[in-house]
Design a protein around this ligand. Structure first.
Ligand code: SF4
Length: 273
């Protein structure tokens, strides 16, 4: 019986794959991350529209990203700390906090981060040429798109990709060296925006520290292979649950396939931090 049902499943998968063979699959880092964590979660979010609100940490990340993007935008003519703080107030995401005290503490923490950022930015020798820059990359059977926090031009004419990260203490050396998001951005900025040579940098807002990183040809090849693999599986509509992730999943209390309970404030699949 098991053999028969396996055989029928293979036929069904093969037919689904054949039917969808020309379908262009849209991917982004968030989609790749969601699918890698749990294919069922991907289906719930991207095909069935499930949503969850941000937690406090996510809301702070969004507020800071928005403030810095607006501060460096062409429309903003005043580059003072007061202006940066005014923008922060304007774009502040006022949701996801457990109570008023957490909200106030987080807001103050964000202001301090921006103060440190502003101080260091006064010594910047690069030119900010783009913020929240979108790129798209066509690959066989798929389209990958992303948004880079910032691109700077250096005095020697080279370009830097800058990713803001709120909490530097979560980022070990190994995580910095292997972060898949940066690998995709290195690939996408070269192939989608045709900018090179490139430096890749993380700017940690909690400490004000900037760390440069590199990606090897092997890493970008592996990232491409991952995209092809996920696109193949999406074409076959493979959405099996991955119960190993349930304990951290924000849908743990709603999902019928859940094998664990999500802790309060579990991180949504695809938000900036
Ligand atoms: S609760 Fe578990 S099975 Fe359900 S979407 Fe989340 S990770 Fe997947």
């Amino acid at each position: 019986m098991a053999f028969l049902s396996g055989f029928l499943k293979d036929i069904k998968d093969g037919w689904t794959s054949f039917k969808n063979r020309n379908q262009i699959i849209e991917l982004s880092f968030s989609r790749v991350q969601a699918y890698s964590r749990c294919p069922l979660m991907y289906n719930l979010v991207y095909n069935r529209g499930w949503r969850s609100g941000p937690n406090g940490s996510m809301a702070l990340g969004l507020s800071l990203h928005r403030a810095l993007a607006a501060y460096f935008s062409e429309e903003n003519k005043s580059r003072t700390l007061d202006q940066l703080n005014d923008i922060y107030d304007h774009v502040w995401v006022n949701e996801g906090y457990k109570n008023t005290q957490e909200l106030l503490d987080t807001y103050d923490g964000g202001r301090k981060m921006l103060g440190r950022f502003f101080e260091r930015d006064q010594k910047r020798t690069t030119e900010v040429v783009a913020t929240e820059k979108e790129f798209g990359m066509n690959m066989e059977g798929l389209h990958f798109r992303g948004t880079v926090d910032r691109i700077d031009r250096c005095p020697d004419g080279s370009f830097e990709v800058i990713e803001y990260k709120t909490h530097g203490d979560c980022w070990s050396e190994s995580r910095i060296a292997n972060d898949l998001q940066m690998t995709f951005y290195a690939l996408g900025v070269k192939e989608g925006l045709h900018l090179q040579p490139l430096k890749l940098k993380y700017m940690f807002l909690s400490s004000g520290e900037t760390v440069e990183t590199h990606r090897t040809a092997e890493q970008t090849t592996a990232a491409r292979e991952l995209l092809y693999d996920i696109a193949r599986r999406l074409r076959r509509k493979e959405f099996d649950p991955n119960n190993e992730y349930c304990i951290r999943c924000e849908f743990g209390t709603r999902c019928q396939k859940s094998g664990g309970t999500a802790p309060a404030g579990a991180a949504p699949a695809s938000r900036r931090t």
